[in-house]
Each structure stands twice: as structure tokens, then as C-alpha cells.
Write a protein that binds this ligand. Structure first.
Ligand SMILES: [Zn+2]
Length: 419
């Protein structure tokens, strides 16, 4: 399959003694300098912000969710438009997830794995309080109900691949089973084996669709590593996925690190995976964006990561700065005519004051969401840019210590005291 040459990864500077590195992912829609943060446009839009603005603020790629676009407007419409990038007028690389995360997490009522609490309860039938189970997993796939209208649907590895090929993103994820930290060890083993079998079916279907749709640019497929908090399972998952080949001999183009993990284990788990994964393939960490997590993930070998948080919290008036996170809704910003962050180079900080943005939230004006999303996305993209520069410049550890010292509030920013 010569089309695969349209996708490649080149390692740049390595972080001594650890798995961290810089690199370049080349896709048919452009290059991504890594490490890179990939903002999330769930339904083919980063809420409240123009795609041109996302480009201007330095976003190199966007990630859309297969589950949401499958339900609305439907992948056939996105396909007809020429793929998700063309559909949303985004001039750059795109990623899609497999839909598995949403199918299963919305189905059992857990929205975010990192936020899940493992309180020592182990049960394979646990669902979030007050939620009805909306997803049922069997060996062939997952049957679930739409969170929009309750209608019944079924995802299998083949269905997910079909949807993602129609969505046409440069990077797709294999369909995997999401477990929770509350599942028993026995269930995790069973689930991992199911995910491995599904990964093989994804490769086969991916080969078939790539050949059938040769008029389209090549789409890379990443295998997704599960295994929760278990070292042996994570390592096994990496080795298994690396060895997998489709009927025509295609292996995965890269790897996604997914699944249940607790924040304090993030670095350890990413480290186990990157011990096992081949050096010459990119690694995507699903669903992180907090500054501490970014340093941990990069240091341990993640090349790209996505998260909906910078835009989600922006709509709730929470803003990131080098000196920590604060809420612009509080009364002390009523007469504060300084920008959100003096050191930020975003459009919002160049043109608007805290007092104005505070007013917009109080008046429930939608421009508040736009201005704050621009700032938070720029903050996150720029932080990862600075991390990448620190790797290339050989001062990653100094930069990490300096940044996290300020972020955790050892050096308080004027105006943010008592936060
Ligand atoms: Zn800003």
C-alpha cells in the first residue's frame, strides 16, 4: 500500500534518559511539529471559535469525535463534503477518535475517565449514580442508545472504521473497549483480549477501505492501548498491537494511549507504554490538557494529545495563565482593566480587558465564550510549543521546574492573589 508513504513520522531531539522527544508527523493535509496539542472540535467545530482563528492561534491539528458526527449530521454527509476538514473549512490535519470512548462512557454515565474516582470499589457492573446503562458490550461490538434521542445503534470495529473513513481524518483510532478503574482484574484481561481482536478487525477493514477508496488521501490508523492501571496488561497490549498485521500485511501507523488511569499514575503508565512501543511511530495520548499532565506526558514519550477542557472550561469563565487558573466571573475583576494575562500573545489579551470579559459573562453574552476559548486554546498550544522548544534547546527540566513552580503558585501573579 504505497499510499501509506503520505503519512510518516520523523524523530528529532531526544530527551536524555527518558522517552520524551520532538518530531514531525507528516500527513496529506500538512505537517505537525511534535509534541503538539490537538484541540477538540467534537462536532466538527471548536465551540464558539472560527477555524481560521484556531489556525491563527497556532493550532496544528484538530480532533473530531466519530460518535457525535455519526449521530449528527451522519458520516455520509461529511464524506460527500470531502471529509471533516473540508466540511468545517479547516486547512490542516485532523484526527478522529473511534467513537468507542463516547459510546461506552456516555453509556455508563462517566464523562471523563481521568475524573473517575476509584474508591476501592471493584465491580463490573458499576454505572454512575442516577444513570441508566445505555451501552452493552459483547464480543462482536457495542450496542448503545443515542444520548440525543434514545434511538438504538450498534458499533463494531468494522462500523467504526467505515465511519472514520467517511469522516476522512488524517489520523484515525482503532475501535477499543473502554474499561473503568472499577472493573475487576479478570474483566480487564478479558476486555484487553477483546480489544486486541477488535484491533485486528480494524486493520483488516482499514486495508479494505483504503483500497476501495484510493481516490481519497491516505488515512493513518493508530492502535489504542488499554490495560488500565496494570503494568503487565499495558505492556502486553503494546506488544500485541505492535505485532498485529492486517490480511495484506498492514500494521498500525501509530498508537493511542487510552483508557482508565488516575492522574498520579499518568507518567508511569505512559512510560510503560513507551518502553514497549516502537520509537519510529507517533504516540497520541487521549484526553489530557492540564499543564502538569502535559509536562508528565511529554517527558514520558507522548507526541500528541487532545482534550476538550481548554474550551469547555473557558465557557465556564475559567482561564489559564502561567500563574495558575482563575475564574473571571468573580467580583474582583469588575474594574480590572488589564488583559487576562499580560504575557499572553493571543487576540483576546491584545484587545480586551478582564473587566469587559467579566461584564460579558455577567450579561450572558456569547462573545464571552469566544474570547475566553481563544485565550485558553492559545495558552495550551503555546505551552506545548514552549515545551517543544525546551526539548530542542536542551533545557526541558529547567523549563518544567520554572513553569510548574509558577503554575502551582509559588510565585503569585499580581492581581491573582487570594485566588
Ligand atoms: Zn490570551
Amino acid at each position: 500500500m504505497s499510499a501509506a508513504s503520505e503519512f510518516s513520522f520523523k524523530v528529532g531531539t531526544r530527551l536524555e534518559g527518558r522517552h520524551g522527544r520532538t518530531g514531525v508527523i507528516s500527513t496529506p493535509h500538512g505537517d505537525i511539529a511534535t509534541p503538539a496539542f490537538t484541540p477538540v472540535g467534537t462536532k466538527a467545530t471548536v465551540k464558539a471559535v472560527l477555524p481560521e482563528t484556531m489556525k491563527e492561534l497556532g493550532s496544528q491539528a484538530l480532533l473530531a469525535n466519530a460518535y457525535h458526527l455519526y449521530l449528527q449530521p451522519g458520516p455520509d454527509i461529511v464524506d460527500e463534503a470531502g471529509g471533516v476538514a473540508a466540511f468545517m473549512n479547516w486547512k490542516g490535519p485532523t484526527f478522529t477518535d473511534s467513537g468507542g470512548f463516547q459510546v461506552m462512557s456516555l453509556g455508563v454515565g462517566f464523562k471523563k475517565v481521568l475524573a473517575m474516582e476509584s474508591v476501592g470499589v471493584q465491580s463490573d457492573d458499576v454505572i454512575a449514580k442516577g444513570k441508566e446503562r445505555l451501552a452493552h458490550v459483547d464480543d462482536d461490538g457495542v450496542t448503545f442508545r443515542s444520548h440525543l434521542d434514545g434511538s438504538k445503534h450498534r458499533f463494531t470495529p468494522e462500523v467504526s472504521m467505515g465511519i472514520q473513513h467517511q469522516l476522512g481524518a488524517d489520523v484515525m483510532m482503532a475501535f477499543d473497549e473502554l474499561t473503568t478503574l472499577m472493573n475487576t482484574r479478570g474483566y480487564q484481561e478479558e476486555s484487553l483480549e477483546r480489544t486486541r481482536r477488535w484491533a485486528k478487525r480494524c486493520l483488516d477493514e482499514h486495508e479494505r477501505l483504503t483500497a476501495a477508496r484510493s481516490h481519497r488521501p491516505y488515512q493513518a490508523l493508530f492502535g489504542v492501548i488499554q490495560g488500565a492501571q496494570y503494568e503487565d496488561l499495558r505492556r502486553k497490549a503494546c506488544r500485541d498491537l505492535e505485532a498485529l498485521r492486517g490480511e495484506a500485511g498492514t500494521g498500525f501507523d501509530g498508537y493511542g494511549i487510552g483508557g482508565a488511569l488516575e492522574k498520579h499514575n499518568l507518567g508511569t503508565i505512559v512510560g510503560w507504554c513507551c518502553d514497549e512501543l516502537p520509537e519510529n511511530k507517533p504516540r497520541h495520548l487521549l484526553g489530557i490538557s492540564e499543564p502538569e499532565d502535559i509536562f508528565t506526558a511529554v517527558e514520558n514519550g507522548a507526541d500528541t494529545f487532545d482534550c476538550v477542557n481548554p474550551s469547555r472550561v473557558a465557557r465556564n469563565a475559567a482561564l489559564y495563565t502561567d500563574e495558575g487558573r482563575f475564574n473571571i466571573n468573580t467580583a474582583r475583576f469588575k474594574r480590572d482593566f488589564t488583559p487576562i494575562d499580560e504575557t499572553c500573545d493571543c487576540y483576546t489579551c491584545a484587545n480586551y480587558t478582564r473587566a469587559y470579559i467579566h461584564h460579558l459573562f455577567k450579561a450572558k453574552e456569547i462573545l464571552a465564550a469566544t474570547l475566553c476559548t481563544i485565550h485558553n486554546e492559545r495558552f495550551t498550544v503555546r505551552l506545548v510549543d514552549r515545551v517543544r522548544e525546551s526539548l530542542d534547546g536542551g533545557y526541558f527540566d529547567d523549563y518544567k521546574t520554572d513553569f510548574l513552580g509558577r503554575w502551582r503558585g509559588r510565585i503569585k501573579a499580581p492581581g491573582l492573589q487570594g485566588n
